[in-house]
Design a protein around this ligand. Structure first.
Ligand code: CA
Length: 517
């Protein structure tokens, strides 16, 4: 009898190890955009647009309220996601350098564990993607129209191919083609479906060139921020709606230079009359800023609308193909973004609008539909989450934590209470000073270390972060607690005392600095 049981156990073990069981591990579809702020998603309470397909993921899954990016800029966020390590360890601490593709990444580990992996769309790490069975990616930022894209030829060498059409549509066409025809159906898949949109400079597609023409978009509360309640950093940037948008950003020039005659015709029909009316009006001062805000925000939202339309196509395909029931769908973006908040566009700051990443997840049978989570989570957690989903143990040198227990509605007792942030790109585009900081979700301490300036915010009393209370005696205990956490986290995450590139000790004079009144 004992012998028979042993045989039965051996047979069972063999059966469990067969690919047919492995293939029942869930597929992962990671939908990722560039610079899409949570407050431009209606599920997050947007007052300026509606995103029905993103909202569908939220209503059929979970919305994370406090997903924080560890370094609020494009390439660095992507590198953190791939490696599960902070910028100072994965080496990609600012844009414009090349990601070391030889290092450990979650796609490599998933592939080793039997997943088929693909990345389609924006890569933006300067390197050729590694760890993927299939890649088809934009060159660098990639244009909004007619993008050249890089894929592997028959010998595995990168080859660039031209395409005609709107980039958001093309990336989706390729995603659907891979799902339908090209993937290895014997394996579960991890597909990174990554849009360029709605990155600057917000060129809408043919379907949305005139969307929002007949409405006024509400202005954010802080459009007219004078930066008075904080030390110098917030005032010394170069990212204001009022003074730093170019003619190209504002579509006051010819538009994209690579359009086909048909695309050109549509573009000119959409912008020509509006630009003529603008020039006739000869707006000045506050009226001109208001006009710039409307032009900027409408173009941004038009690009978001195309992403949402295309996400709808993919969700439809998952339903029709039957893939939906065993496919986890995640929606996120590489960081947040200023929708005119503080008078700005762009990102980079540890302030809420660019710190918060949208994070929505649908996992049928596991995540409770319509649920919300307010724990502090991060892009640092994504790699370990994907590995956990696939049943793969995380390597000890990854620095995040799997979100799978949170998906199931159980927050571990020892879940993080404080979050560490670090931005390095100064000098750099938009002149945002280097800073690091810590937040517990209610209070936030920021150190602009090149000029040794500190800020402390009480997000409950001052959700727009207009008045720093650093040094205020009412906040003495909170300030010292946050400082202690900051020190602890810098040691915990092995942050070096000196930046990888030594900072300039003093920031150069900013020609665009507003005059002190
Ligand atoms: Ca970005």
């Amino acid at each position: 009898m004992k012998f028979i049981s042993r045989i039965a156990l051996l047979l069972l073990a063999g059966w469990l190890a067969t690919p047919s069981i492995a293939s029942e591990r869930p597929n992962i579809l990671f939908v990722f955009t560039d610079d899409h702020a949570a407050h431009a998603i209606s599920a997050y309470g947007s007052k300026i647009n509606t995103t029905p397909h993103m909202d569908r993921i939220a209503s059929e899954g979970m919305l994370f309220e406090k997903c924080y990016v560890s370094n609020s800029i494009c390439g660095p966020s992507r590198a953190v996601i791939l490696t599960g390590k902070h910028s100072h360890l994965n080496g990609f601490f600012r844009n414009g350098i090349t990601f070391n593709g030889a290092q450990q990444t979650f796609p490599k580990l998933l592939r080793k564990a039997g997943y088929t992996t693909a990345v389609i769309g924006k890569w933006h790490l300067g390197s050729t993607p590694t760890g993927f069975d299939y890649y088809d990616v934009l060159k660098g930022q990639g244009p909004y129209y007619n993008p050249p894209m890089i894929t592997a030829d028959g010998n595995g060498n990168p080859v660039t191919k031209p395409h005609t059409g709107y980039t958001t549509d093309i990336i989706t066409d390729k995603t659907l083609a891979w799902l339908k025809n090209d993937r290895d159906e014997k394996k579960p898949f991890m597909l990174m479906y990554q849009h360029k949109a709605p990155h600057r400079n917000w060129q809408p597609g043919p379907a949305h060139l005139t969307t929002f023409d007949d409405v006024e978009i509400p202005e954010p509360e802080t459009l007219w921020d004078d930066y008075k309640g904080r030390p110098s950093a917030a005032a010394e940037q170069a990212m204001t709606i009022a003074r730093h948008l170019s003619e190209n950003d504002l579509k006051l020039n010819r538009g994209p230079n690579n359009l086909t005659p048909e695309q050109r015709k549509l573009w000119e029909a959409a912008y020509g009359p509006k630009n003529e009316a603008f020039r006739k009006a000869n707006l000045q001062g506050e009226e001109l800023v208001k006009w710039k805000y409307q032009r900027y925000i409408k173009d941004y939202l038009r690009c978001v609308q195309s992403v949402d339309d295309n996400l709808g196509r993919v969700l439809d395909y998952l339903d029709k193909s039957g893939l939906a029931k065993n496919t986890i769908v995640i929606y996120s973006s590489d960081q947040g973004w200023y929708l005119g908040d503080h008078g700005w566009y762009d990102k980079r700051w540890m302030y809420e609008e660019s710190l918060v990443m949208p994070l929505l997840i649908r996992w049928p049978g596991v995540v409770k539909p319509g649920s919300r989570n307010s724990d502090i989570v991060s892009n640092l957690d994504f790699a370990q989450t994907f590995l956990d989903i696939a049943g793969v143990k995380s390597p000890a040198d990854m620095q995040g934590t799997s979100l799978v227990p949170l998906f199931k509605g159980h927050t571990p007792k020892d879940w993080r209470t404080h979050f560490y942030y670090h931005y390095y790109e100064f000098p750099g585009a938009h002149s945002v000073a280097r800073h690091y900081g810590v937040t517990n979700g209610r209070h936030k301490l920021i150190h602009f270390y090149q000029n040794n300036e500190w800020e402390l915010f009480d997000l409950k009393k001052d959700p727009n972060e207009l008045q720093s209370v650093y040094g205020n005696s009412d906040y003495k205990t909170i300030q010292s607690d946050l400082l202690a956490e900051l020190k602890r986290l810098r040691i915990h995450y092995k942050v070096p005392e000196e930046d990888p590139v030594p900072p300039k000790r003093k920031r150069p004079n900013q020609p665009n600095r507003p005059k002190k009144k």
